[in-house]
Write a new protein. Structure first.
Ligand SMILES: Cc1ncc(C[n+]2csc(CCOP(=O)(O)OP(=O)(O)O)c2C)c(N)n1
Ligand SMILES: Cc1ncc(C[n+]2csc(CCOP(=O)(O)OP(=O)(O)O)c2C)c(N)n1
Ligand code: SF4
Ligand code: SF4
Ligand SMILES: [Mg+2]
Ligand SMILES: [Mg+2]
Lengths: 333, 616, 333, 616
């Protein structure tokens, strides 16, 4: 157990490695993500003791053990709820939630969407491998239709969630996507997510080489299918570009077509961000990466603190004796 | 004050009953306040309908409020009302069976029209068909007299005028029992001051009712009940949920930990959330979550961060929190879980009290998952129960269940307001540095309490990770070692068991020391048991009683106490949950008295059972 | 208890009234909805015994008691899950789920979104009164920000859900909205919802005159703010109309402006429907009513039944003896 | 077969251990199959690492498989292995302590390189530092001999060649214990036929291993274990979860109700979902839900529609289902809830067995919410336990919990396949018409079973509404009547209690009838208790044993049985849950034997405890 540093000496990635042996399968995409996160942490310039990682259960959810910060490996699906309490009660902390697609979109889907609409000051990393890793390979709510897994020997029959569409539909203020092995972009997304006041939601495509190998090869390996979103720049990739179609959807066209969208993540109205979220392997074989949406809205914890402050200003700091004596009282001698 | 003859009584039980729209709860509350101010001891029990607004005049729409007051200390809101005030036929119908022969019934004759009689399912009017034989019936045209009294007030329709009839009834009842009126007049001014016409209407109706008592020949005598000899001090009325609110805020102050409440609304627990939300100037955070799991999770998250995390619910919601409480057991963090019990199973009868969640809170989690349990015994005692639950949670770093129920939650009684300075302080020793040379071991325990150090985020150098997987003793690392698991299971159990050394012994009330029978209770049966025992003793029998405020662990002397008696009777509003526990633990052949009626016990019935045992 | 009719004699609204006394507050919007539903039922031409209403807990959730069909008043938030099992196991039934905004968007939010993505053959009626009625007036996940209620004396501080945006973000195939007192439109929506194979999601603005009176007055009373959506027709209301803005959002403009949207609920890409869902009191003071989205996608129950059929075709109807004797066996004499 | 001397043994316990990537489970499975075919009685216990793929060569990455086989009927997979096959240093390190003095250890010397030793935390090689003194050590260069044997197979890299080493080990072990090879050769063909090079590699490695035994001087003797005298009939090996799968499908067939499984994956229950999903041609619907609440809700919804609704989980997920099970109690519909118990509390040790959910399933719901509980006692007995749980659920229209645990779930044993025609049929009498003149009352009960009529949607004329609010007796309408509630609470309890008349009496195994001590077990302790009792008897003591397959209600003669003995010992893998129940119910001063190590009991230890009691 190394000691905190009170933020005085610049930290390095190594300072964020805990003494726990990392126990993911060799080749698992989680390693790269851990690496990127540990590498990014020093940039925060927040002392380690002020950082907390909260997770549920799953392979991804082992993450906190490997971070030399405060951490809680809680129960399946409930990390956003626990983190909401922590971040609301302790506004001085940097609170990170991390988990898999099963953890956060299956059992934990409700806590996720409510956290997003509340806009509690948290950063949520959803490590999406489109499968249940820890329980050894059942399909997940993000598995594509027809997926053959241990629990769906004849193929799954349900439509998967698109995590970003769910988030945008749930009033998220910050929505982004990155790829496990794309350290540069992932770090940039982490940077913006950490800087955002409110709930930042980041989907990371994470390869599970044991139970769902190659799920993201269409962008992870075929880099030409990566549509990097850059604020203020036209959305182009290679010789293709994204245009707002007449029906309000986003479509992929030749980059030279007029009317290519100029990306504006700060646009308050969420419809473009939503349309962009629909560009996926299924629809266009390519998919946007980076920050889809980043808009300002008061954070829940802030508003809660404001009310406490206001109440105290208006009524004075609560006095226990006065409280107990409130209302009609009478004396018996 | 009155020119009529006065009779002296030692106690009276009045039940106000009417349509949910009739303002019955307000009437009852005001009567109670005036009664409290006179120094009577008292206890109340509101009885809400399950529907928000059932159709006017219907049987399910009847709302009731019972108040019991006396010149001596009393235990319950009473079994059967001496006086029933029935604002309409439905109110008469649903309550009449409870009025004993010779009781008084005051009816609002104006409401006994064809339509209302029909809605209440009366074929003929009970006022004329002999149904009320043997009762002292006062027929009062409450509505029309109110309307008459209000004539001429500007801006008041006759419908609005009718609404003031509860103040007429209140005035009449205050006259009848020699209560004062100033408090109520001030109350009307304060509450309705914004709409002067309404304030005026209520004031006039109120005075008219009072004066009607004085002038009407129908009321030949009025009654006086002398003040009770209560302990000296300043009193207020308080409901159980009100007392819990105060207790939680007090615990927060006493420990210096900010209070964080995570809650999801549910009857009969919601008012704790609602009440705490009004006290933000105490640094209280109330979080209305998306469900009970999140409510409990957020409270636990806040505890991890150094708050006093509390979560409130009733049975169906408490069940949902179980997995999270299991995590708290593993994390060994403070957490207070309030279960305001209501009648089950499943949705059951949401507004009715029951004591059937005891085994749930003890055993409702997977694995060996010991959690201390505290139970409140009366509305005002909820204050101390809440402080005690918080104290144990904080000191031992453990979740603690606090059990109350619907009857305590809404019932009220006078409360001798405690001296703030005399409340115990609660130490909340956060870990501030390493506990093994340079190292910090999050599961290295205090040798006395067996509590682990509570190192909150923000403390430099104590960064650590905790979770729901089994932990290695001392270090808290993940461990699958068989012997470590066995040891940790026992350690967690011992930590909770050891709390027995930190709670008061079970007190036995056995005035003459010769009783052979012990009545052992817990929770809200405190009142009915107390009243029943008093009755039995009055009849010349000896009987002992004891009341458990701690259900896990039991006070250290519990076994000794139980074994001292030939026979132990355990009255419970369930099918025998505490009974099962004490039989298993102490192998005493105790017997149960079990009524699962969604109502507090009738102390008369209970007294009969005790008497039968004593006389056997 | 009246007897079923096997679908032979035409039914009337009266046939769908159970013998239970209706126990909502006088003036509650639920009455009008009950009325509309009972009035619509005969049109289904389905015998009563084949119809099931499933609900959770809340004022709205009392609905099944009043319907002379099969019914289950279950537990808070779980009706969509229970109905999913029923509708999957019993494809011959017409299954309806009904509940309030607390029931389905607060505690039951996760079941709702998963049901929508699965597209189980159900019709879900969300009676949104933007408050918790049954528990006597706390704010709900659809209450507007700043709402003063019993549990939020200083006003709520969280962003509400937009139920239709949530549904569209969760891959819903049928999304519609109606107003309690607007019987004609409500009936039309019910008609289309019942006809849709898969999960139909209908939000009904329901006035709670006790705890949140007037919440929808801006369209319930001010009829000029109703934007009726009609397939194939331009989206106009009074002298105003809806246009696709450049940023992909929908905007309200003068009806004579060129480019007024022609409504197409069957458009598979959900972005327009999403944009339309953003038109609310907050954004434009008016709001669309009718069917936002209605697209075909295989229903979950259908796909499940297909797999059972296929497995049986391929392997023959399961034989218990063969099952027990599967794998290596040996004889001991 | 072999030219070497042959020793005859009555029983052997072999443990295969290696890295998770070493194919240990497959090796163990194959060895077990060949052993079963020879007619030995056997029992197995796999021991998976908690991680999916912990780093190769690491301690947490060790996977184990123990098989116990004998010429007589046996109860358990054995306490301590006579033979340990250790594929690498980590496997040796984690398992060595379990091998008794004089035991045999076969190590793959190729794996004992610097790197692997270090990963296992060995400072010096245990092969040379005396750590293995007192053991019969066979050092075998498994990897390199395999690679050599595979030389020349086209398309096989040397890494791939190394992977076949488990077949080398298997061949060697089959030779050593005189097992046949045909089955395995066929298995390789079937499993790897698609990639001929791999099939060829495994076949060659397998044969090489077998031949190595025959030729190597290191193995001087081989062993024979005669077939056991088992009941005649056709056998197969089956795991507990496999047997549950078969039992559920059988119950569906026997009752004519389609099977609907609602499940959410969780260790160690997932394989039931996975297995049932492969049997859709039995009309089985498997629904992988978003969480356990939905899984249970969907199953209940399906039951409402006339299916046999089943839901499976382990502790943390079972807890989440509790509120829904409470609803099922109120609705009185069939529902089977499977709890494959694992070590808790909270996430605990997910792959390890425990028996600590008994009180959870009995009491984990709000209100008085009685639910029958059935517990399986051995892997193959899971088949009948599943049918029995379904039978009770269907006949009494009630949720029923079925308890198994991680050791039963994955453990396997030979199963005398029952005659399908001899299985009991389960009547599932749907209501088809009114039950009171023209009226249909959904809560009018069968006077014998107290079950209410099960009228499924689609039945004309029986339209009705049910829900979680308290019901009026007979009509099922909502009722807040106090006496009705009390009566219904008791009715529901009586319905469950009455099932005692419909289950077999508790059987006592007391061969000579003179025992003074009774050992009472439940669940997976059946095997260890049986083995321990046999040991004690072999040592000349008398001891009786009995095993509860029904935990609620208890068999009718339970009290009589318990009272017949001077002393009752209750061994449990918890801190005394059944113990608490029988003490409370029968007031017997029973004592517990409690080990909460996440492992099946060692029968030797248990035998010592029994002996101490007997000798006292
Ligand atoms: C209440 C509960 N239900 C189920 C589980 C079993 N479980 C653990 S992790 C997991 C899902 C893992 O998938 P995901 O969240 O996608 O994480 P991954 O392992 O793929 O990173 C499940 C079903 C559990 N631990 N607790
Ligand atoms: C598990 C559980 N938690 C909480 C409750 C209490 N409860 C009943 S209905 C309800 C919310 C009602 O609001 P809504 O669903 O919007 O329905 P409405 O009454 O407004 O129609 C709540 C919180 C409950 N019955 N069960
Ligand atoms: S199972 Fe998949 S997600 Fe889990 S550690 Fe292995 S590779 Fe990673
Ligand atoms: S409280 Fe509101 S929603 Fe509930 S019945 Fe009354 S008016 Fe309707
Ligand atoms: Mg995953
Ligand atoms: Mg509502």
């Amino acid at each position: 157990m190394s000691s905190g540093n009170g933020g005085l000496i610049p930290l390095t990635a190594k300072d964020f490695k805990s003494d726990q042996e990392v126990r993911w399968c060799p080749g698992c995409g989680d390693y790269a993500i851990l690496n990127a996160v540990q590498g990014f942490m020093p940039e925060l310039e927040i002392p380690r003791e002020k950082i907390v990682f909260v997770s549920g259960i799953g392979c991804a959810a082992r993450f906190p053990y490997y971070m030399e910060t405060y951490g809680m490996h809680s129960i399946h699906g409930r990390a956003p709820a626990i983190a909401t309490g922590l971040a609301t009660a302790r506004r001085d902390l940097s609170v990170w939630v991390i988990g898999g697609d099963g953890d956060m979109l299956s059992i934990g889907g409700n806590h996720l969407i409510h956290t997003l609409r509340r806009n509690v000051n948290l950063t949520i990393l959803l490590l999406n491998n489109e499968v249940y890793g820890l329980t050894k390979g059942q399909y997940s709510p993000t598995s594509e239709r027809g997926k053959v897994t241990k629990s769906t020997p004849m193929g799954s029959v349900d439509q998967p969630f698109n995590p970003l569409s769910v988030a945008i539909g749930a009033e998220a203020t910050f929505v982004a996507r990155a790829i496990d092995t794309d350290k540069k972009e992932l770090s940039e997304v982490l940077r913006a997510a950490a800087a955002h006041r409110g709930t930042s939601f980041v989907e990371v495509f994470q390869n599970c080489n044991i139970y769902n190998d190659g799920a993201f090869d269409f962008v992870r390996e075929q880099k030409e299918n990566r549509i990097y979103l850059r604020a203020g720049e036209p959305i182009v990739f290679g010789d293709r570009g994204v245009r707002q179609a007449e029906d309000g959807s986003a479509e992929v066209v030749d980059a030279s077509t007029p009317g290519i969208l100029v990306h504006d993540p700060s646009h308050v109205e969420p419809s473009v961000a939503f349309a962009l979220s629909r560009l996926t392997f299924d629809t266009v074989g390519a998919t946007p990466l980076g920050i889809f949406r980043s808009v300002a809205r008061p954070a829940y914890d802030e508003a809660v603190a404001d009310q406490i402050r206001l109440a105290t200003e208006q009524r004075g700091e609560g006095d226990l004796k006065t409280l107990l004596h409130a209302g009609d009282t009478w004396q018996i001698d | 004050m009155s020119s009529k003859p006065v009779e002296h009584l030692d106690r009276v039980i009045i039940r106000f009953a009417g349509d949910s729209g009739d303002g019955i709860q307000l009437t009852g509350d005001r009567f109670t306040s005036e009664t409290a101010l006179l120094g009577n001891d008292l206890a109340t029990l509101p009885d809400f309908p399950a529907e928000i607004r059932a159709p006017a005049g219907s049987l399910p729409g009847v709302s009731g409020f019972q108040v019991h007051f006396a010149d001596h200390d009393i235990f319950t809101s009473g079994d059967q009302p001496n006086v029933l005030v029935a604002m309409n036929p439905a109110a008469l119908k649903t309550n009449l069976a409870d009025v004993p022969k010779g009781g008084m019934v005051i009816v609002n004759t104006d409401a006994f029209n064809e339509r209302n009689l029909q809605k209440a399912g009366y074929e003929a009017s009970p006022l004329s068909d002999g149904s009320l034989a043997g009762l002292h019936v006062h027929e009062v045209a409450l509505t029309s007299m109110t309307v008459t009294a209000l004539k001429g007030i500007e801006g008041i329709t006759s419908r609005e005028a009718e609404r003031s009839k509860n103040f007429f009834a209140l005035g009449l009842m205050l006259w009848l029992y020699h209560r004062k009126t100033e408090g109520t007049l001030a109350f009307i001014e304060q509450k309705f001051g914004n709409t002067p016409s309404i304030a005026e209407a209520n004031t006039r109706a109120f005075k008219a009712g009072y004066n009607y008592g004085e002038t009407s020949e129908d009321f030949a005598v009025s009654y006086e009940i002398a003040p009770a000899h209560l302990a000296p001090g300043r009193y207020r009325q308080i409901t159980g949920n009100g007392a819990i609110t105060c207790g939680l805020i007090a615990a927060s102050r006493l420990s210096g930990l900010p209070l964080f409440l995570g809650a999801y609304p549910i009857t009969p627990a919601s008012s704790i959330l609602e009440e705490l939300a009004r006290h933000k100037n105490f640094g209280v955070t109330t979080f209305q979550a998306e469900d009970e799991i999140a409510a409990c999770g957020a409270a636990l998250g806040a505890s991890f961060g150094g708050s006093l995390g509390v979560t409130t619910s009733a049975g169906p919601g408490v069940v949902l929190k179980s997995e999270m409480v299991g995590l708290a057991v593993m994390l060994e963090l403070p957490l207070v879980i309030l279960d305001i019990q209501r009648a089950g199973p499943s949705t059951g009868m949401p507004t009715k009290p029951e004591q059937a969640d005891l085994l749930l809170v003890l055993f409702g989690r997977n694995g060996e998952s010991p959690v201390p349990v505290v139970a409140a015994s009366s509305p005002s005692q909820c204050f101390h129960a809440a402080i005690e639950a918080a104290r144990i949670a904080i000191k031992y770093r453990t979740p603690v269940y606090l059990l109350s129920d619907a009857s305590l939650a809404n019932g009220s009684e006078p409360w001798l307001i405690p001296d703030v300075d005399a409340l115990p302080s609660i130490a909340s020793p956060f870990a501030t540095g390493p506990n093994d040379g340079d190292l910090f071991h999050p599961y290295k325990r205090d040798p006395d309490t067996l509590a682990r150090p509570w190192a909150v985020p923000g403390t430099p150098g104590l960064e650590h990770r905790i979770g729901g997987l089994e932990k290695e003793d001392v270090t808290g690392g993940i461990s699958y070692d068989p012997d470590n698991h066995d040891a940790m299971v026992r350690l967690r159990a011992r930590k909770v068991a050891n709390i027995a050394a930190d709670i008061p012994d079970l007190e036995v009330d056995d005035p003459d020391g010769g009783a052979r029978i012990l009545v052992l209770g817990w929770g809200s049966t405190y009142g009915p048991i107390g009243a029943a025992v008093r009755r039995v003793r009055k009849a010349g029998h000896e009987v002992a009683s004891a009341h458990l405020h701690y259900l896990n662990p039991f006070p250290r002397n519990t076994g000794d106490v139980l074994r001292r008696y030939d026979r132990v009777l355990v009255p419970e509003m369930n099918t025998g949950q505490l009974l099962k526990l004490i039989r298993a633990e102490f192998l005493v052949d105790a017997v149960g008295y079990n009524r699962v009626r969604g109502l507090p016990f009738r102390s008369s019935e209970l007294a009969e059972t005790i008497t039968a045992l004593v006389e056997r």
